[in-house]
Design a binder for this molecule. Structure first.
Ligand code: LMR
Length: 444
C-alpha cells in the first residue's frame, strides 16, 4: 500500500535546518540519523509548563529541565526551547490521563501516513485520555518531507501529542515502541517480477523485525501494511523471536471494509448493518471475502441477497480488485481509506469486540482450527477483549466453495513463503509462483 516511502536504514542524513518551531535534538549531535522533536504542549492545555524552567547550556549540550521545587529532571534529547517538560500528573486536566504510549510509523512521509498520523495524534484511535509519542521512520529521500509532517503536527496543537521523533534508522526510531505501524514499502515497478518485489520488500521487513526485536517494547504490537503485507509480516516476525508471533498482524481490514460496503450496496442498506465479515487469506487477488458467514441486519447474507451467483462472482471479484479499480480512478493506491482501516484495525484490538461480531486481521497461524497450514500469516476472523490481544473465532462454518477458495490463497502464501526462505531463516529460497503471477489488489 504505502508505495512512496522506502526506508533505507543505516545511512547518513542531510543537515536538518532548525527553526523556532523545529529544533535539532541533542541526540543529533551524536547521531545525525535521528531527529527528535519535542512538541511544545499547546498553550491552552499546557499549564504544567509554567512550573518548569529550562536551563540551556552554553555549549549546546543537552540541557536539563529544572522543576520549580529545585529537583532536576533529566529529559532525553532536550534542546533549547524544547527543554520544556511537563508532568502529566501535575495538572487537573491531565492527571487522570494514562501513561504515554510510543507509536512508530514507517513510511511516515507517505500518503497513507499523512492521513493516519493526524488521527493518531487527535486521540480518536487510542482514546481521549491517552497521551502519545509518535516515532516517524522515513527514508533519506523523505527526510525533508518528514520535517514537514512534524511541523504540521506541531501546528495542529493536539493536546495528547507529547513527542515527535523523526529518523531513518529503525534501531533508533523503534526504541521502546508499544505499537509499530509498518507502512513503508517499495512498489512493484513496471516489469518487476513478484519474486523480486518479495525479496526487496522482504529485506526491509527483515531489518525492521530485527530492530523491533532489539529495541521495541517486548510486547509491541506490529501491524504490517506495506505490501505484500502477509508475507512481509511473516518475515518481520521471524526476525523478531523475542516478540510473541501473536503480536504481528497484516492489514486486511481494508478488504473487510470494502466487502461490507459492497454487500450493503447490493442489499440496499447502510453499511453499519453488515457484520461478521471475514476476509480469509492473503491481501491479494486470491483473498476470500466470506459471504457465507457475514450477516446483514443479523441475518445470513444469503437470505438477504438471493442472487448467489453475484455473491460468488461479482461480489468476490469486486472486493479482490477494488484496489486496482481505485488506482485507475485516482492514479495512485488507496490512501485515506487505508488509513481509516488501520485505525479500525487498531481500535478492534483496543476496544472489546461487540457481542457476536468479529473482525478480520492477518495473523500467525499457529494451532488454528481451520486446517490452514501452520507458519503463515493468514487473514481470519478474530475477537478481542480490548486489551490489544485477540483470539480466533473458532466455529465459523466453511463450505466447499469457501474451502476451495481458501486453499488457493493458502497455496499462494505457501509459495510466497518459499520465495523468502532466505529471509525467514528457513534455508535457501526457491521461488515458483506458478503460471499465474497473482496480483496485489492494486496491480490488476
Ligand atoms: C489496496 O488494496 O488498495 C492496495 O493494497 C493496493 C496496492 O496494491 O497498493
Amino acid at each position: 500500500m504505502a508505495m512512496s516511502d522506502l526506508t533505507t536504514p543505516k545511512t547518513t542524513s542531510p543537515f536538518l535546518r532548525s527553526s523556532s518551531q523545529l529544533r535539532l535534538s541533542s541526540k543529533l549531535h551524536l547521531s545525525n540519523q535521528f531527529r527528535h522533536l519535542h512538541l511544545l504542549p499547546p498553550p491552552l492545555h499546557a499549564t504544567s509548563i509554567s512550573k518548569i524552567s529550562c536551563s540551556v547550556s552554553q555549549n549546546n549540550q543537552a540541557p536539563v529541565a529544572v522543576q520549580e521545587n529545585g529537583s532536576v529532571k533529566t529529559k532525553k534529547e532536550c534542546y533549547g526551547v524544547f527543554c520544556l517538560t511537563y508532568d502529566l500528573k501535575a495538572e487537573e486536566e491531565t492527571k487522570s490521563w494514562k501513561k504515554m504510549i510510543n507509536v512508530a510509523v514507517s513510511g511516515a512521509a507517505g500518503m497513507i501516513s499523512n492521513h493516519l498520523l493526524f488521527k493518531l495524534a487527535s486521540g480518536s484511535v487510542f482514546g481521549p485520555d491517552q497521551p502519545i509519542a509518535l516515532k516517524l521512520l522515513g527514508s533519506e529521500r523523505s527526510i525533508q518531507a518528514l520535517e514537514g509532517v512534524a511541523m504540521e503536527l506541531e501546528d495542529s496543537l493536539f493536546p495528547l501529542l507529547r513527542e515527535v521523533d523523526i529518523g531513518t534508522d529503525p534501531y533508533e526510531v523503534f526504541q521502546d515502541v508499544d505499537w509499530a505501524l509498518l507502512i513503508g514499502a517499495k512498489p512493484r515497478g513496471p516489469g518487476m517480477e513478484r519474486a523480486a518485489l518479495l525479496d526487496i520488500n522482504g529485506q526491509i521487513f527483515a531489518e525492521q523485525g530485527k530492530a523491533l526485536n532489539a529495541v521495541a517494547s517486548p510486547n509491541v504490537k506490529v501491524l504490517v501494511v506495506g505490501n505484500p503485507c502477509n508475507t512481509n509480516a511473516l518475515i518481520c516476525l521471524k526476525n523478531a523471536p523475542n516478540i510473541p508471533a501473536k503480536n504481528f498482524h497484516a492489514l486486511t481490514r481494508l478488504d473487510e471494509n470494502r466487502a461490507k460496503c459492497q454487500l450493503a450496496l447490493k442489499a440496499g442498506v447502510f453499511y453499519d448493518k453488515v457484520s461478521n465479515m471475514t476476509i480469509w487469506g492473503n491481501h491479494s487477488t486470491t483473498q476470500v471475502p466470506d459471504f457465507l458467514n457475514a450477516r446483514i441486519n443479523g441475518l445470513p447474507v444469503k437470505e438477504v441477497i438471493t442472487d448467489h451467483k453475484w455473491l460468488e462472482e461479482g461480489f468476490t471479484e469486486s472486493v479482490q480488485k477494488r484496489g486496482g479499480l481505485l488506482i485507475q480512478k485516482w492514479g495512485r493506491s488507496s490512501a485515506a481509506s487505508t488509513a481509516v482501516s488501520i485505525v479500525d484495525a487498531i481500535k478492534s484490538l483496543v476496544t472489546p469486540t461487540p457481542e457476536g461480531d468479529w473482525f478480520s486481521t492477518g495473523v500467525y497461524t499457529n494451532g488454528n482450527p481451520y486446517g490452514i497450514a501452520e507458519d503463515l500469516v493468514f487473514s481470519m476472523p478474530c475477537r478481542s477483549k480490548g486489551d490489544g490481544d485477540y483470539e480466533l473465532v473458532k466455529d465459523v462454518e466453511i463450505d466447499d466453495y469457501l474451502r476451495n477458495r481458501i486453499a488457493k490463497s493458502e497455496a499462494e502464501l505457501l509459495a510466497e513463503k518459499k520465495c523468502v526462505a532466505h529471509l525467514t531463516g528457513d534455508g535457501i529460497a526457491f521461488c515458483d509462483l506458478g503460471p499465474v503471477d497473482t496480483m496485489l489488489p492494486g496491480e490488476v
